[in-house]
Design a protein around this ligand. Structure first.
Ligand code: FBP
Length: 336
C-alpha cells in the first residue's frame, strides 16, 4: 500500500544511498554510477515513447558485430547510455551489444568498474510498439588498484557488484541488485523519479509460465526437448503450464521473478553455442534472479560460474524459479 504523500515515497536515489550506508568502505562511486544509469533510462524511455513521432523507428541499414540488423533505437539507446558515462570518470570501459570492441571511457587512474550493457533488449519489438528493455551489469574485475579496471581481467559473472534492467512497457520499471536483494521501482512521470513499488522481490519457488521460442525446439538438444514435452504433457507435469513469450528477455524475466516460471533459450541448430550473450544479458539477469531466490543455468553450469572468454560470448540460457530450474537441470543430466 503506497503512502500517497509523494515526499514520503522512497526514490531510487534515496534507496541507493541508504544501501550505501551499509558499506563503510563505500566511496559513493557505485551509487553515482547506478543513478547515472537510471538517468539515461529516463531519457531513453522518453525517446521510446516519441519514437514514431520523431522518425526513430526502422533500421539504420547497417548490422552490428552479431550480424543483426541495427535499429535506429539500438544506436540511440547505445549512445544515450554510453554518453552518460563518457566524462564521469566512474567507468573504465563500456561493453555494449552494439559495439564490436569495449569502448574506453575518459577516466582518471583507479576507475574500478566495467559497465556491460544491452541498450535495447527485444529489438524485434521496437518497431511494433512492443515491450523492450535495457540490461546492465557493473563488473569490478581484480585490479592492483593503481590502474583502472581492464576488460581482460573479467573472470565470471561473480565479478559483478551490481546488475539490473529497465523495462519500457505501459509503465517504465527499474529493477536492480547490489547483492542485497532485488528491488523494483516504477517511473513516476509526474515527478520524473523512479519510486520504490516492489521492495525485496522474491521469485516464487515454482510457477505456471514457461517462455521459449518453440519454433527452435526441433533442433534443441534431446534432453531439453524432452523437458518441454514433459511441461506440456498434463499427465506428467507437476501442474498445468501456460506459454508466454514476449520477444523481449527483460519482459519475460520480469514476469518470471514476479509470478514464477521459467525462460529457456538453449542452444539449437542456428545458435550452436546459444543465442544470448553472457556479459550483458545472461550474467546480469542471473545475478538479479538469484538475488530474488531464483536460479539461472546453462543446463550444465550455474550461469554466474561460466568463465568469461570473450566480450560477445554466447551461452545456452535458462532462468527462473528454483524448482523449475532444478527440474530442467535434472532433465539435462538424465540420459534422455
Ligand atoms: P536483442 O538484445 O538483440 O533484442 O536479442 C535478445 C532477444 O531479442 C531477447 O530479448 C529475446 O528473448 C530473444 O532474443 C528473442 O529471440 P528469437 O527471436 O530468436 O526468439
Amino acid at each position: 500500500m503506497m503512502d500517497d504523500h509523494p515526499a514520503r515515497r522512497v526514490t531510487l536515489q534515496r534507496h541507493i544511498l541508504e544501501s550505501q550506508r551499509h558499506h563503510r568502505e563505500a566511496t559513493g562511486e557505485l551509487s553515482v554510477l547506478l543513478t547515472q544509469i537510471a538517468y539515461a533510462g529516463k531519457i531513453f524511455a522518453h525517446a521510446l515513447g516519441r519514437a514514431p513521432l520523431a522518425g526513430r523507428l526502422g533500421s539504420t541499414g547497417g548490422t552490428n558485430v552479431q550480424g543483426e540488423v541495427t535499429k535506429k533505437l539500438d544506436v540511440f539507446g547505445n549512445e544515450t547510455i554510453t554518453d552518460a558515462f563518457a566524462t564521469s570518470e566512474l567507468v573504465a570501459a563500456v561493453v555494449s551489444e552494439e559495439d564490436d570492441e569495449p569502448r574506453p571511457m575518459a577516466c582518471g587512474p583507479g576507475a574500478k568498474y566495467i559497465l556491460c550493457i544491452d541498450p535495447l533488449d527485444g529489438s524485434s519489438n521496437s518497431d511494433i510498439n512492443g515491450v523492450v528493455g535495457t540490461i546492465f551489469g557493473v563488473y569490478q574485475p581484480a585490479t592492483d588498484g593503481a590502474r583502472e579496471a581492464d576488460v581482460a581481467h573479467l573472470r565470471s559473472g561473480r565479478d559483478q557488484v551490481a546488475a539490473g534492467y529497465i523495462m519500457y512497457g505501459p509503465s517504465t520499471a527499474f529493477a536492480y541488485t547490489t547483492g542485497e536483494g532485488l528491488h523494483g521501482f516504477t517511473l513516476d512521470e509526474d515527478i520524473g523519479e523512479f519510486v520504490l513499488t516492489h521492495p525485496a522481490i522474491r521469485c516464487p519457488e515454482a510457477g505456471s509460465y514457461y517462455s521459449a521460442n518453440l519454433a527452435n525446439v526441433p533442433t534443441w538438444p534431446s534432453n531439453a526437448r524432452r523437458y518441454i514435452e514433459h511441461l506440456t504433457d498434463s499427465t506428467e507435469a507437476a501442474h498445468a503450464y501456460s506459454l508466454r513469450y514476449s520477444g523481449a528477455l527483460v519482459a519475460d524475466v520480469h514476469r518470471t521473478v514476479l509470478e514464477g516460471g521459467i525462460y529457456l533459450y538453449p542452444c539449437d541448430l542456428r545458435h550452436p553455442d546459444g543465442k544470448l550473450r553472457l556479459l550483458y544479458e545472461c550474467a546480469p539477469l542471473a545475478f538479479v534472479v538469484e538475488q530474488a531466490g531464483g536460479a539461472a543455468s546453462t543446463g550444465r553450469a550455474r550461469v554466474l560460474d561460466v568463465p568469461i572468454q570473450s566480450v560477445h560470448q554466447r551461452i545456452p540460457f535458462v532462468i527462473g524459479s528454483r524448482a523449475e530450474l532444478e527440474r530442467f537441470d535434472a532433465f539435462m543430466r538424465s540420459d534422455a
